[in-house]
Design a protein. Structure first.
Length: 144
């Protein structure tokens, strides 16, 4: 089982983590999305959010753009941050659960991640992490 969280706005990834109001937490079990639950992020400080994610055993956080402070906080935790993602939540979950690579259309414009040139460990490393081959040397995600 893999537990992941996504910042959501309606049926899409919230464009800016820092302004997101809702977090969707799901479990991926046998390539299927299970146990969906929503958490309100209204007025939640990044450190408190991180504590809640760790308490919930979240392994992966997918979000849109994210500022430096919360990004550093999450990247220095056991949670794998996959930032600068945009698009329909269901399509992202479907691809992630099956281990299917995200096409470039899911990377935010201007993030520098198109064509696997990403300077951050998240977006371009996303597909390799699922396969267990991260070229950035970042801890690998293993399906349990």
């Amino acid at each position: 089982m893999l537990r992941m969280a996504l910042t959501v706005w309606e049926d899409r990834i919230s464009p800016v983590f820092d302004a997101a109001n809702t977090l969707l937490i799901v479990d991926i079990v046998n390539k299927k999305v299970k146990n969906r639950r929503f958490i309100s992020l209204s007025s939640m400080e990044p450190s408190l959010l991180l504590e809640r994610l760790i308490e919930q055993d979240v392994t992966v956080l997918i979000c849109g753009a994210i500022s430096e402070f919360p990004s550093n906080l999450i990247e220095n935790s056991p949670i794998k941050l996959i930032p600068f993602i945009s698009g329909n939540v269901e399509k992202i979950l479907a691809r992630f659960s099956l281990g299917t690579p995200l096409p470039e259309s899911f990377f935010m414009p201007g993030c520098g991640c198109r064509g696997n040139r990403c300077k951050r460990q998240g977006s371009a490393g996303f597909n390799r992490d699922i396969q267990g081959q991260n070229r950035y040397g970042v801890r690998k995600i293993k399906m349990r």
